[in-house]
Structures are given as structure tokens and as C-alpha cells.
Design a protein around this ligand. Structure first.
Ligand code: GLC
Length: 426
């Protein structure tokens, strides 16, 4: 496939998954709108249809809760192909949503689409309308997920991280009970190979947490202290910090001074706090289990995704060395878990496979930090994977096997973004 063919194919994936005002990640496995999928997929649309790109994020933000949270799934239309559906979440919204969130990448996406927009008037109109909403979401994060004011937010459910079944959560997840979880039928394993998906035991715990939060009436100010699962994820925080930084920059340019100042302050505090997650022996950042007050020494890509935030230069350089080490034990960068570690599982979801969105964010951050030499390798591996195995949800970093769902929206969007962004595809 040459680059033009790849782009044509990728656009076809986006168009097949387009439901008019939002995209689904892939038909069947994920039949609704997902939060960070939409924000990143908008980057793909922006290269050939700016109004459609803005609309994708606009639809997402239209379902923001009054407290500021932007939910992780919006169940626009009934579909019994997914579990747990709206009846399990029972959040009482007119258009049903889940009651947890996902990585706050929308602020980054808005700024990037704004910067490149050919229709300047439209971009300014959309950014002006969206920034206060995005800012309210960021404020919600620091208010409800960092009640002690540490500068770092915690997730209360593995699904919030976007890295659903990462080995990072294993030990902390053991503390989530399974009592009282009734029987249920999973739907994911009928759309994708069960070996690529989480276990039934993990699913029971996912549901236990949903039931717990439901019993709190979805009061998001209570969830942090009530959750037995409370983890500070460096990648998740890095995305939020980057989004605050981008919001600050864009707000300043649009004369939205208050948003700019508050966003800048949140980003600065976050960057300083991120340093506490650095793990010298592993040479990367690691998660922190806030429920027991201990680091989680798990070598996952969550600690490398921190490159997306404006971390100090010597840390970015160290992350490059870390990626070079990982490259010795796989054929395609960046594995979501260290292939030499016991928990690594090449084709299983977030326990080994390569995800294009992660590669993109890491590459973007390293390029900004002046560590761009490794970028062609990271981006080149994305394109080799697509050429070999198509627009899969994720790929085995050793064999390139396409895994999870096929015909995947954000995978396709990343290909369009990469191929249109000469500094990356070079
Ligand atoms: C899986 C991924 C998550 C993504 C969702 C929809 O749950 O782990 O990050 O948002 O699928 O693609």
C-alpha cells in the first residue's frame, strides 16, 4: 500500500464508523461514542473536513455533566451488543452515559486542530465555545480526583485510564471485591478473540466498582474517597497536564485570561508533582497506589506516555533510552508492557500490544522535547503494522498480529494524521 492508498483506506474506516455527529470506535465491539477516541479521531477528520472534526468534539462535550465531568461513553442509541450498557450504569441522564471519565486529551486536540485550521473563523468560534467546557472538566479533575491537592489526579476505575486491563492495576485490583455481582453475559468476547480480552474475574471487579459508584448516586465528589481502587497513573496525568498547557496557550491567544491563568497553574503544579512518580531503577515513570500509599513497580507504557507532557529534558532523554531498551525485545514499538517482564502478553489488549494512539502521543512529546531522533522509528513501526496487518484496534509487538476489533476509527485517524504531518512521517 502506498501512502495515498493508506489514506484512502483510513478515510473509508472513518466514514464507515461515522454516525453523523459522532463516530463509534468500531462497529460491533464498541457501538457508542467513547471520550478519548473521539478527541483523537477528530485529528484525522481535520485533514479533510474541519467542520466534521469540530462536530466530533462538540458532540462529546454536549454530554458533559453539570459538575464538569465528561463521561467515558455516551450511549446515543440503544444497542445490546455491548456490556455493561446504560441499564447497568443507570446514571439517570437523558441521553445515557457512563459515570466515569477517560483521559482528558480533548484540550490537546482542540488546540492542535485550531493551530492547523484553514477556516480560521470557524476555528475561533469553536475554540471559544469549547474552552470553558474543557476547562471546567480539568477543574473537576483536580477538585474531585485530587482532594488533597497533591497536583496528581487518581483514577477510580481501570477503564478511566483508557488502558483497561494493564498489568499496572493487577495488585490494586485484587482489593476490589466481587461479592454481590450478579451473573452477566459479556458481549466483547463474542466480537473479539477472548484471548485478546480481559478475564471474567477482571470483569466481575469492573462491575463491582460500577455498582459501588451507582450506590453513591453517581455523586462524583464522593467516588474518590469511597473507591477501593485508587491509582495515580503517570500517563493519564501527563495527558491532563498537556491538555491544561494547551488550554492555557490557546485561551491566552483568544484573550480568555482567567482560563489561561488557571490552566497554566494546574499544568505547572502537575509537572512538579509528576516527578514523584519517577522510578530510577526502571528508568521510567510508574503508577502510584494511593489506596495504600505505595508505588506500583510495573513497567508499562503508562510511564512512557508521560513524554506527552512538558517533562524536564533529562527525563525525556531517559525515556528515549527506555524505549531503545524495549526495542531490543520486540519488533514493533512501543509495546504496552515490557516484553521481558513476567506480565507481558503480546496479543492481550493493554498487556503487551502496540496502540497507534500511544505511539503518536509519545512521538509528539519527544519531538517537542528535542528528542526527535527516535520519532521516525516509532512512527515507521506504526505504518509497518498497518501495512502488514490493517487498521486493527491493537497489534502484537512481536508478530504484528492484528488484535481486538478490526476497522478501528482512531487507528485510522492516526494514520491520516501521521501521513499528513510531514515532520512525523519523514
Ligand atoms: C477499550 C480501550 C479504551 C478505548 C475503548 C474504545 O476499552 O481500552 O482505551 O477508549 O476501547 O475504543
Amino acid at each position: 500500500m502506498n501512502h495515498d492508498e493508506m489514506i484512502r483506506h483510513a478515510r473509508q474506516v472513518l466514514s464507515d464508523n461515522d454516525r453523523g455527529t459522532y463516530t463509534v470506535p468500531t462497529h460491533g465491539l464498541y457501538p457508542f461514542q467513547w471520550n478519548w477516541d473521539s478527541a483523537l479521531s477528530a485529528l484525522g477528520f481535520a485533514h479533510y473536513d474541519e467542520p466534521r472534526a469540530w462536530l466530533e468534539i462538540e458532540t462529546l462535550l454536549a454530554h458533559q455533566w453539570d459538575d464538569g465531568m465528561v463521561p467515558h461513553i455516551i450511549f446515543h442509541q440503544p444497542d445490546d451488543g455491548y456490556f455493561p450498557g446504560p441499564d447497568v450504569w443507570s446514571t439517570g441522564r437523558e441521553v445515557p452515559t457512563t459515570g466515569i471519565t477517560q483521559p482528558a486529551v480533548a484540550g490537546f486536540a482542540v488546540r492542535r486542530i485550531f493551530d492547523r485550521a484553514r477556516d480560521r473563523a470557524l476555528a475561533e468560534e469553536k475554540a471559544r465555545a469549547m474552552l470553558p467546557k474543557i476547562h471546567a472538566w480539568h477543574r473537576w479533575f483536580y477538585r474531585c480526583r485530587d482532594p488533597q491537592g497533591t497536583g496528581l489526579v487518581a483514577i477510580v476505575h481501570p477503564w478511566e485510564s483508557g488502558r483497561d486491563n494493564s498489568a499496572d492495576w493487577d495488585a490494586a485490583f485484587e482489593r476490589v471485591p466481587t461479592e454481590g455481582v450478579g451473573s452477566f453475559t459479556r458481549r466483547d468476547t463474542s466480537h473479539a478473540n477472548p484471548a485478546h480480552r480481559p478475564t471474567d474475574e477482571q470483569y466481575k471487579r469492573y462491575i463491582w466498582l460500577v455498582q459501588k459508584f451507582r450506590s453513591l448516586g453517581w455523586d462524583t465528589s464522593k467516588m474518590h474517597d469511597a473507591s477501593p481502587f485508587l491509582v495515580v497513573d503517570p500517563g493519564f496525568n501527563a495527558i491532563l497536564i498537556r491538555a491544561c498547557e494547551d488550554t492555557a496557550d490557546l485561551a491566552a491567544r483568544l484573550g480568555m485570561e482567567e482560563i489561561a491563568a488557571e490552566s497554566r497553574a494546574m499544568a505547572e503544579k502537575g509537572i512538579e508533582a509528576l516527578e514523584t512518580l519517577w522510578h530510577e531503577p526502571l528508568g521510567q515513570y510508574v503508577c502510584y497506589d494511593r489506596a495504600i500509599g505505595a508505588p506500583i513497580e510495573s513497567p508499562s507504557v503508562g510511564g512512557i506516555l508521560t513524554a506527552f507532557a512538558p517533562i524536564p529534558h533529562h527525563r525525556a532523554a531517559a525515556l528515549v533510552r527506555r524505549i531503545e531498551t524495549l526495542a531490543k525485545s520486540c519488533n514493533y514499538l512501543i509495546p504496552s508492557h515490557d516484553p521481558t517482564h513476567a506480565a507481558f502478553d503480546g496479543p492481550c489488549y493493554w498487556r503487551g500490544p502496540v496502540w497507534l494512539i500511544v505511539n503518536y502521543m509519545v512521538a509528539d512529546g519527544l519531538a517537542r522535547a528535542g528528542q526527535g531522533e527516535i520519532v521516525p522509528r516509532i512512527i515507521g513501526d506504526c505504518l509497518r503494522l498497518i501495512e502488514t496487518s490493517g487498521f486493527a484496534e491493537y497489534h502484537d509487538p512481536i508478530t504484528a498480529e492484528p488484535c481486538g476489533g478490526p476497522h478501528f476509527t482512531w487507528t485510522a485517524a492516526m494514520v491520516i494524521e501521521i501521513l499528513n504531518t510531514c515532520e512525523m512521517a519523514a
